[in-house]
Design a protein around this ligand. Structure first.
Ligand code: NAD
Ligand code: UDP
Length: 357
């Protein structure tokens, strides 16, 4: 079956390619820049359910290259087969998924179908075509409410997760571990992201959530440009240094670079198990620390009020990032000021995100 979404220019690409699912999204689009810099060729598969093709166009401008793009769904097996048939696929970096925590509580089946079934589907087609290198976007949420800080990769996962989104990530991790047990020629990297924020230095790309942002940083930047009246700080009575929740914020370009390192690692090493690494800075900041840092970076005052805790939130989580440093030679380079400056650079130049033009 010929799929009309695949433009003929994508077909039979001569060199071997990485499929980047969800490559039009926030983290995926930034990762494309780092992949290109490292000399990798790739094809993006995204259904644009939470993104815009404008993000791909901006990446094309930055890297000065056309990006093969397929608008399609990871749940569409026929489409996947067609992509694998028509191209020499070497590996898959899998960002595609739904990620709104609150929505996942309302719509668990939608989340499990998209994230878990979608990933299973993708893995089945990879297996059919003998493509066995897979980099997966997991999340610190798999740790639930950890009793020790900082969090290391060997700590318990799957217990105390408060929403279907987090459980979908945990389930996919378990699927990947089982897959490796069944066939140890798979090379799998499970990357547990902490809190990605910030934007590419150009100010041409950044985070562009649909509707009212759920996450802290895009909420702050939208208050700063006057789209939202004030920040609601969820909880002022946590056992943290100022009573507000503490997280490990990581610059999206550092995170993007870690994908290149992870891919190189699985390309160059034999693995006895899936590689699992935390991607964070190791430094925890509170909500009010972030507000102050953003005010410093932007010169804009952020009005806020402290309201009730958000259900399902934990007080504090930050990573021990040593394993990524030891194995991948990767560590975060950019600090909180650069995170805030770049987020502001993007939002102030693009107050309406990618829809602005
Ligand atoms: P995003 O929503 O910006 O990007 C995800 C992309 O996947 C979007 O472009 C969306 O259109 C696409 N997509 C969704 N379902 C799809 C499907 N069935 N088929 C094809 N494309 C589909 O999110 P992001 O922040 O870039 O996150 C990327 C990945 O990292 C996600 O898996 C997310 O769960 C994970 N993650 C994100 C964070 C975070 O705070 N941003 C933290 C931890 C993990
Ligand atoms: N947060 C907040 N107001 C908001 C959004 C988030 O106070 O409008 C807080 C939230 O309670 C948490 C931190 O900011 O302590 C980071 O929240 P986010 O949703 O960005 O990430 P996650 O909860 O997934 O770590």
């Amino acid at each position: 079956m010929k799929n009309n979404n695949i433009s003929s220019s994508l077909i039979s690409h001569p060199s071997s390619l990485i499929i980047v699912t969800g490559g039009a999204g926030y983290i995926g689009s930034h990762t494309l820049i780092e992949l290109d810099k490292a000399g990798f060729d790739f094809l993006v598969l995204d259904n644009l359910s939470n993104s815009s093709q404008e993000a791909i166009k901006r990446v094309e401008k930055i890297i000065n290259k056309k990006i093969p793009f397929v608008k399609g769904d990871i749940r569409d097996k026929e489409l996947l087969r067609e992509i694998f048939k028509e191209n020499r696929i070497d590996s898959v970096i899998h960002f595609a998924g739904l990620k709104a925590v609150g929505e996942s509580v309302q719509k668990p089946l939608v989340y499990y179908e998209n994230n878990v079934c979608g990933t299973n589907n993708l893995l089945e087609v990879m297996k059919e075509f003998g493509v066995k290198k897979f980099v997966f976007s997991s999340s610190a949420t798999v740790y639930g409410e950890p009793d020790k800080m900082p969090v290391t990769e060997d700590m318990q996962t799957g217990v105390g997760i408060t929403n279907s989104y987090g459980r979908s990530k945990y389930m996919i991790e378990e699927i990947l571990k089982d897959l490796f047990i069944s066939d140890n020629s798979w090379k799998i990297a499970i990357l547990r992201y902490f809190n990605p924020v910030g934007a590419h230095e150009s100010g041409m790309m950044g985070e562009d959530p649909e509707g009212i942002p759920n996450n802290l940083m895009p909420f702050i930047t939208q208050v700063a440009v006057g789209k939202l009246p004030k920040l609601r700080v969820f909880g002022g009575d946590y056992p943290t240094h100022d009573g507000t929740g503490v997280r490990d914020y990581i610059h999206v370009m550092d995170l993007a670079n870690a994908h290149v390192k992870a891919l190189e690692y699985i390309n160059n090493n034999d693995l006895n198990e899936p590689l699992i690494v935390n991607l964070g800075t190791g430094q925890g900041y509170s909500v009010l620390d972030m507000v102050k840092a953003f005010e410093r970076a932007s010169g804009v005052k952020i009005p806020y009020e402290i309201v009730d805790r958000r259900p399902g939130d934990i007080a504090k989580i930050y990573a021990n990032p040593n394993k990524a440093k030891e194995l991948l030679g990767w560590e975060a380079k950019r600090g909180i000021d650069e995170m805030c400056e770049s987020a502001w650079n993007w939002q102030s130049r693009n107050p309406r995100g990618y829809k602005g033009e």
